[in-house]
Design a protein around this ligand. Sequence first.
Ligand SMILES: Cc1cc2nc3c(=O)[nH]c(=O)nc-3n(C[C@H](O)[C@H](O)[C@H](O)COP(=O)(O)OP(=O)(O)OC[C@H]3O[C@@H](n4cnc5c(N)ncnc54)[C@H](O)[C@@H]3O)c2cc1C
Length: 383
Amino acid sequence: MPAAEIVGGGIAGLVASIQLARNGWSVRLHERSEALRAGGNGLPIFENGLRILEALGLQDAIRTRGHQLNKWIIRLSSGQTTTEYEPFAATGGRIVMFERQALVDPLAEAAVKAGVKIEVGSRVLSAERDGILHLSGGRRLESDLIVGADGIHSIVRKSVAGTLPLGKHRKGAIRLLIPIRPDDFPDGNDRVATEYNDPGGRRIGLLPCSSKTMYMILVALLSDPQALKMPIDPELWKATFPTLGRFIDRVGPAGHYDEYHSIFPPTWHFGKCVLIGDAAHGMTPALGQGANSAMMTAYSLGATDLLSSPLSDALTAWETKIRPLVHFTQKFAEGITEGRLDPRNDIFFSDPALRPLLSADIPNMRFDMPNFAALNPPLSNAV
Ligand SMILES: Cc1cc2nc3c(=O)[nH]c(=O)nc-3n(C[C@H](O)[C@H](O)[C@H](O)COP(=O)(O)OP(=O)(O)OC[C@H]3O[C@@H](n4cnc5c(N)ncnc54)[C@H](O)[C@@H]3O)c2cc1C
């Protein structure tokens, strides 16, 4: 039986592990943390990601742990509404909110059921292109395939591809979960996401993950460091968003701060090592597609026949097929983050150029090729 070592127990590592195990691989997954912890924030899963969860047999998790949105409202910082969408009617695609842990848990259960051995507290120190993995404690493992699913600062990528420049972008975000109070949704519809935008670059998103918990994201430009200070300065945020005081007061010392990064390695595979998820294609979160795209590369890798032709040929064919779509997504998200593309495309996929992504049927590897030239300014297809 071929053996795969997966580095990283995030969404990408878990999805790839399930598919590889189901396709006849002996799979071991290494997570450096002491548990598969997903951090206290939320995640919108779009139609492309939902189709993958369904193909993994996780329909119940979508139904019982997810929270499908039926409306998305965009407001100015004053509270005035500028746009309202019904995501499904507007784009033909669902948006289902999850608390991150509520997504990681069923993926981990499915992985164990598929026979994946999950080792927590297992830190990978380096990888070699010929399939050798070095772990803390002096452990050395040999395998037929190493999957680097270890995030934007991937140690697997650094080991096999050297230090590559990380794309730095002009924004940062503080993310957390807050409790929902009875008067948060006066009309009783608690499936409404609302975002508030200030012309100075500050932004607050409020996205319910259930009838009890709301995902809150506070975004600002890096040139606005007071706004990105942790713990947040509630008075500063209230001064910008005067109608949101009751939500800002729930933040307290909570929240996790991240800057936006992207990465474009020259190739996603090096000998017996392959990169997926943020390790391969970290992107800015403007389209909410980082984790959704991580599922696309993870699932498609795990579903690829890696055994009946030389590994490098199979990996090249896989990358050639899936990478243009993911690259398009990275470039589109970056264009929004950097102010080159219309921010109204953010999240709602109102630009028809994004349809190939939204309707991507990754389980069957059916999708249209994105049209890089269709955008103004046009995106480059070059990696
Ligand atoms: C502000 C912000 C908002 C975002 N919003 C969205 C959104 O709305 N929608 C969306 O789809 N995406 C969003 N993303 C992106 C999303 O979080 C990532 O794309 C996604 O988590 C990537 O998953 P991954 O499994 O590739 O990597 P990660 O989630 O980073 O997981 C990597 C795992 O590898 C482990 N690991 C790392 N190094 C080692 C090692 N040496 N040994 C063993 N284990 C290791 C880590 O502990 C971690 O568990 C957002 C990101 C940011 C920063």
